[in-house]
Design a protein around this ligand. Structure first.
Ligand SMILES: *[C@@H]1O[C@H](CO)[C@@H](O)[C@H](O)[C@H]1NC(C)=O
Ligand SMILES: *[C@@H]1O[C@H](CO)[C@@H](O)[C@H](O)[C@H]1NC(C)=O
Length: 301
């Protein structure tokens, strides 16, 4: 089980006493980079198993090694194998996030394959989801078929309660609406508003229509289940949608985090302070000058 951002880098937290705007920016960006591409998310295996050395096993093994090789060249591939027996074909696909460089995609698929053999040994069909890649196979063709079965739903911790000088709920709402709107245009989408980011992806063999339906359903479940959380993941049969916060709400008080959204008023305060310092320095200088003049006048007598 995983969420994309609930883990935080505690090492940077003690810097907050300095209350420097820069530290705030740096810390909020570093807290989001703790998830690795191969972070395990889900494994689903059929109850039925194939028998050792069966034609199906041979087809499947040859297919999986073909896909493993393909993952060094492309981020998505669906394929079937009847190499050893045409009566028991194997079907499989893999997919990586578009942001993943090919070598990383390949090593992600390698990790999926080793998870497969440890978690779904000899299963007739299986799905392995890692953070940045997935692998599915079956003894029946599933290419182009929609599947909106709920596989996994995870919500992060609750959002801190109001009052805030900014509206967290609206930020999350806008982020999820953006994701829903963009889901009809591409199989992978990102969205973000304020302190939230989100992404969705469908398997590359789905039609745009099936993809949009799947993502819409996933986002609706995210809204209902994780609407008050700092992060949420919903994985359906052939798509997923997830969001996370780029602000670590719990590592510092909302009052200090609001300094970013109200930086203009902070600058005003700094300006007033600078003017005050300047004025005091001016007065001090004037006093020193007048004293000097007076002393010079007395000395001259
Ligand atoms: C796939 O395997 C299952 C379990 O062994 C079996 O019931 C089913 O008929 C198979 N499907 C095909 C298309 O061979
Ligand atoms: C991959 O999936 C698409 C969409 O369903 C299908 O048309 C195509 O034949 C599949 N490719 C292979 C190699 O099976």
């Amino acid at each position: 089980m995983t969420t994309t951002s609930s883990s935080s880098s505690s090492s940077s937290h003690h810097h907050y006493n300095l209350l420097l705007f820069f530290f705030f920016i740096i810390s909020t960006t570093t807290t989001t980079t703790t998830t690795s591409p191969t972070t395990f998310i889900y494994a689903g295996c059929s109850q039925s198993k194939y028998s050792p050395n069966s034609p199906y096993e041979q087809n499947l093994n040859s297919l999986l090694s073909t896909l493993s090789l393909s993952s060094t060249l492309t981020l998505f591939s669906n394929s079937s194998s009847t190499t050893f027996s045409s009566s028991s074909p194997a079907f499989a696909l893999f997919q990586c996030l578009p942001s993943l460089p090919l070598p990383s995609c390949s090593s992600c698929i390698h990790t999926s394959l080793s998870k497969l053999s440890s978690l779904c040994s000899s299963a007739t069909s299986a799905t392995i989801l890692l953070h940045s890649c997935l692998l599915r196979y079956s003894n029946s063709s599933f290419f182009g078929h929609s599947d909106t079965t709920l596989l996994l739903k995870t919500c992060g911790s609750s959002l801190p309660s109001p009052p805030f000088s900014f509206d967290i709920t609206t930020m999350l709402d806008t982020t999820l609406s953006q994701l829903q709107t963009s889901s009809s245009s591409s199989s992978y989408n990102v969205a973000g508003a304020g302190y939230f980011q989100a992404e969705s992806q469908c398997d590359g063999d789905l039609s745009p229509k099936s993809c949009a339906e799947c993502v819409n359903l996933a986002v609706r479940q995210l809204r209902n289940a994780c609407g008050g959380a700092v992060a949420g993941d919903v994985y359906l049969g052939r798509c997923f949608a997830r969001f996370w916060s780029i602000n670590d709400f719990y590592s510092h008080k909302p009052s200090s985090s609001s300094s970013s959204s109200s930086s203009s008023s902070g600058n005003e305060g700094e300006k007033t302070f600078a003017i005050l310092i300047g004025l005091m320095a001016g007065i001090a200088l004037l006093i020193v000058f007048l004293t000097f003049i007076r002393r010079a006048a007395t000395d001259g007598k």
